[in-house]
Design a protein around this ligand. Structure first.
Ligand SMILES: Nc1ncnc2c1ncn2[C@@H]1O[C@H](COP(=O)(O)OP(=O)(O)O)[C@@H](O)[C@H]1O
Ligand SMILES: [Mg+2]
Length: 494
């Protein structure tokens, strides 16, 4: 029996694994089959499950282009029968076979004598057929040809199965990326935020150690993720460690790992975060909380690029980009002897500041809407709206807990509200808090001072229940001067 030469089969098999373009691959498989069998023409047809028609995915022979205009019903002709039954057919003389559907051959003027047709099956399900028509030398197609054809049909099926898997993985990947992307989206148009983002994108291209400063909840971690995601290291891990969460011994264990048996209870070797982050990025959050002992150990890693797991004397070399963040004033910590100056200089090669929300109040409505949509999606409360009064309250508040506080407030309002409209009372904030920093923007200094004086005097009068003498005393100004200011600024009686 004639077998396909092994080498040739191997070559074809290797395409199946390496070529990701299915059309091209099927074309190659068909051409090889036709060549090996010395066929006059051949075709690979696939079933369109919506229409139950077979279409020509690829073809060889003089009429290969014309034939693509035709489709065959499932069950119609030789190919349609094979596609329907899933059983191969060898027809030595088509003219004598009642199943032959001669219309196509007649139409394109192609003389057909014999046909060999086998099904293409993926997981037992027929996806299409592979068929050859006549030998170029005029001899009949034989059972041997059927065997060769079946081998190629298997390859084609494998290619289809692989391509589907790849397609599936691609779809899953984009979903995952979208999910991650939207989870870590940075919302805000203010120039203060945009300039932090611009800085982040600039440092992303380098491996520069970067320190991110800013109050709690301003998005420092989010920015660290942006830096990693935009960096050449993005395919490697981003490992996050919160230095405030752990006492020194555990922190060391987390960062550097340990050998099996390094201490009581160390029953397994543990890989530290520095090693996990090899070729990627480590983000040391709340670095200001790290104690001096750990600071010394961290400094050594930064200086030498090596460290020792607990209980090991074999140094491990790592290539890790270090990002860190804190809401503490590290220079102040240095002067108090709580933070090592040499470590500070190592960490602070580039510094990015995340502005507090009260300094970019124009971002508040955008963020509120973003979080509202986010929690709406999560809870399925599609009809939920933010009332005008609630939005007013949100824009008047100074958000000392920054974006984290805003996010939590919206989440609570979504959960606790009536499901139709978020009202001011659904928001767990007090709009009465003095909001000294939330000046209407775009004021001149002169106007801002006037605005402040008016606010300040009103508040003082409120405190003394409108008693001008006592208010003047508290403010250490003359009573007559206060009266003049009250009329100048048109302050209403308290
Ligand atoms: N600009 C922003 N757009 C969208 N979400 C943000 C933004 N800034 C912060 N957040 C969200 O607010 C929360 C606190 O941010 P985070 O990065 O943890 O702050 P920090 O590390 O400064 O305390 C997180 O849920 C984060 O996703
Ligand atoms: Mg944080």
């Amino acid at each position: 029996m004639k077998k396909i030469p092994i080498r040739q089969l191997q070559e074809i098999s290797s395409w199946v694994a390496s070529i990701q373009d299915l059309d091209k691959l099927l074309d190659l498989i068909l051409k090889s089959a036709a060549k090996m069998m010395n066929a006059n023409a051949s075709s690979l047809m696939l079933i369109d499950r919506e229409t139950n028609m077979l279409f020509f995915q690829s073809a060889t022979g003089v009429k290969k282009d014309e034939i693509k205009n035709f489709q065959v019903k499932l069950g119609q002709g030789i190919s349609g029968s094979v596609a329907k039954s899933g059983e191969p057919l060898l027809i030595p003389d088509v003219v004598k076979d009642p199943r032959w559907f001669r219309e196509i051959s007649d139409n394109i003027g192609f003389k057909t004598r014999s046909i060999a047709c086998v099904p293409l099956k993926v997981n037992g399900k027929t996806m299409g057929v592979l068929q050859v028509i006549d030998k170029a030398n005029g001899s009949f197609l034989t059972e041997e040809d059927m065997l060769i054809l079946s081998e190629f049909a298997e390859l084609a099926a494998l290619a289809i199965a692989n391509a589907r898997k790849i397609e599936q993985v691609k779809i899953e990947n984009t979903h995952l990326k979208e999910e991650i992307g939207s989870k870590y989206q940075i919302i805000g148009k203010s120039s203060a935020l945009q300039s932090a983002i611009t800085d982040a994108l600039k440092v992303a291209n380098s491996s520069a150690t970067t320190l991110i400063l800013g109050e709690s909840g301003t998005g420092k971690e989010l920015l660290a993720r942006l830096i990693h995601q935009s960096s050449p290291r993005k395919e490697k891990p981003l490992v996050v460690l919160n230095c405030a969460a752990l006492p020194e011994s555990l922190l060391e264990d987390e960062l550097f790992g340990h050998e099996k048996g390094a201490f009581t209870g160390a029953t397994h070797q543990k890989i530290g975060k520095f090693e996990l982050a090899h070729e990627g990025t480590i983000f040391l959050d709340e670095i200001g909380e790290m104690n001096l002992g750990m600071q010394a150990k961290l400094l050594r890693v930064l200086q030498e690029g090596t460290f020792y797991p607990v209980g090991s004397n074999a140094a491990i070399f790592v290539n890790v980009r270090v990002l860190s963040a804190t809401n503490k004033n590290l220079e102040e910590q240095i002067s108090k002897g709580k933070f090592r100056e040499d470590l500070y200089y190592r960490l602070n090669v580039v510094q990015i500041h995340m502005p507090p929300l009260r300094n970019r109040m124009e971002d508040v409505p955008l963020l509120a809407e973003y979080f509202l949509n986010y929690f709406k999606d999560e809870t399925g409360m599609t009809g939920l709206m933010l009332s005008k009064a609630a939005l007013d309250k949100i824009t008047r508040y100074s958000w000392p807990g920054n974006i984290r506080e805003l996010r939590n407030a919206i989440e609570r309002a979504v959960v606790m509200g009536d499901g139709h409209s978020i009202k001011p009372e659904d928001l767990p904030i007090s709009a009465r808090k003095p909001n000294a920093s939330a000046f209407p923007t775009g004021m001149t200094l002169h106007d801002a001072i006037d605005w402040f004086k008016k606010e300040f005097i009103s508040q003082s009068l409120k405190q003394t229940a409108g008693n001008r003498s006592r208010a003047a005393e508290n403010m250490e100004i003359q009573r007559t001067y206060l009266s003049r200011l009250i009329s100048k600024y048109d302050i209403k009686d308290q």
